[in-house]
Ligand binder design. Structure first.
Ligand code: SF4
Ligand code: SF4
Length: 112
């Protein structure tokens, strides 16, 4: 199967999956180096390999959020407020190794 991918910036993946993201050790080291306490406050060490980024940790002014607080929406276009340093799992979507139905992503064109 051949695929073509060009993100359409619809933000659907962020809306749908941002409740359960993980941050890698590299993500965390980078955020520490960049002094991104605004991002690090959403990280919780979990298990041996990873850290949770999101879910129960999406809290703003004491209120639990449904989705990633870095998702910005303007009209039909969505963008990521931390695009330059977003976690690898977001950077690699929809090819991030997590089982994803590729038809869910508007940016994927199945060629054959
Ligand atoms: S669902 Fe696909 S096209 Fe839409 S923002 Fe995510 S990666 Fe881009
Ligand atoms: S960090 Fe950015 S790309 Fe990842 S879920 Fe949040 S808004 Fe989407």
């Amino acid at each position: 199967m051949k695929l073509q991918f060009k993100c359409q910036q619809c933000g659907e993946c962020c809306r749908k999956y941002s409740g359960g993201l993980t941050a890698s050790a590299q993500d965390i080291m980078r955020w520490r180096r960049e002094k991104r306490s605004d991002i690090l406050k959403h990280v919780l060490p979990f298990g041996v390999n990873g850290s949770l980024f999101g879910g129960e940790l999406w809290i703003k002014e004491g209120e639990k959020l449904e989705r990633c607080p870095f998702l910005r929406k303007k009209g039909r276009e969505a963008s990521c407020a931390i695009h330059d340093t977003k976690p690898g799992v977001c950077r690699k979507y929809p090819f991030n190794g997590v089982r994803v139905d590729l038809r869910e992503c508007k940016g994927i064109k199945i060629l054959q």
